[in-house]
Design a protein around this ligand. Structure first.
Ligand SMILES: [Zn+2]
Ligand SMILES: [Zn+2]
Length: 242
């Protein structure tokens, strides 16, 4: 197992940094165990997601383009089972992110249900209040009439004023209800409609600014998973044509 520091030094100073200068560096062959077989096939997935949430950690094997070229030129190319292993690893990465995407969808659905429930609670309470107001308004109108008949003008006027206040409250409640029936998702101003990226599983804001959409599409995590998915397709096709 090569440590992170040691791998960093290899990268900075070359992997023969510790060898005796008089000694010839070991002639590496692409088949050697210390050579990364993913890199021979195409690329090493460990290099895709560095410093992102999906970081796979450092690969402790050697990535050498010359060895990769030698492998591809050799008569053993595609006959070592490396591509199958590579495909298997890529598929495991995709099934992991697909599980994350599924969980993301479930979370969004739960949020939507919760919100609908909250909204329902509010409209139920409003309906109840509107019903009570209507009863009180009707009672008040009847009473105003009988007060009028009895000549109690001042009392009737007082009650009429209360009646108008109740009517105004009812009007506002009805207005509020119609507005939210049209746009229930804007119940909370800070709420933005979300979706899950079908490639990398990140949460995205629906209808977000073009610049932010672009940033996401050019981000390491999204590009990494796009490359993994594309490579899987290509490997499957080349396997079929073999
Ligand atoms: Zn590697
Ligand atoms: Zn994405």
């Amino acid at each position: 197992m090569v440590s992170y520091a040691s791998a960093m030094l290899d990268e900075l100073m070359g992997r023969n940094r510790n060898s005796d200068p008089n000694e010839k560096p070991k002639d590496l062959n692409w088949a050697d165990t210390e050579v990364c077989k993913y890199h021979l096939c195409s690329f090493c997935p460990h290099e895709l997601f560095t410093n992102t949430r999906a970081d796979l950690g450092l690969c402790n094997k050697i990535h050498d383009d010359e060895l990769a070229r030698n492998y591809r030129k050799s008569s053993k190319f595609m006959k070592m089972g490396y591509e199958e292993e590579f495909l298997f690893y890529l598929e495991s990465l995709v099934s992991e992110v697909d599980r994350r995407i599924k969980r993301g969808h479930a979370r969004l659905a739960l949020n939507a249900a919760h919100q609908a429930q909250q909204l329902q609670g509010i409209t139920d309470a409003q309906d109840e209040r509107i019903k009570q107001l209507t009863i009180k308004i009707n009672e008040a109108i009847e009473k105003v009439e009988s007060l009028g008949c009895e000549g109690k003008v001042e009392e009737a006027q007082q009650l009429m004023k209360q009646c108008d206040q109740m009517k105004e409250e009812r009007r506002l409640l009805e207005e509020f209800k119609t507005n939210y029936a049209i746009k229930p998702l804007n119940l909370n101003n800070s709420h933005k409609e979300m979706e899950v990226c079908p490639i990398c599983g990140a949460f995205l804001v629906v209808g977000d600014a073009i610049q932010r959409v672009e940033e996401h599409l050019q981000g390491k995590q999204h590009l990494g998973y796009a490359r993994v998915r594309e490579t899987i397709e290509n490997l499957r096709v080349s396997k079929l044509s073999c």
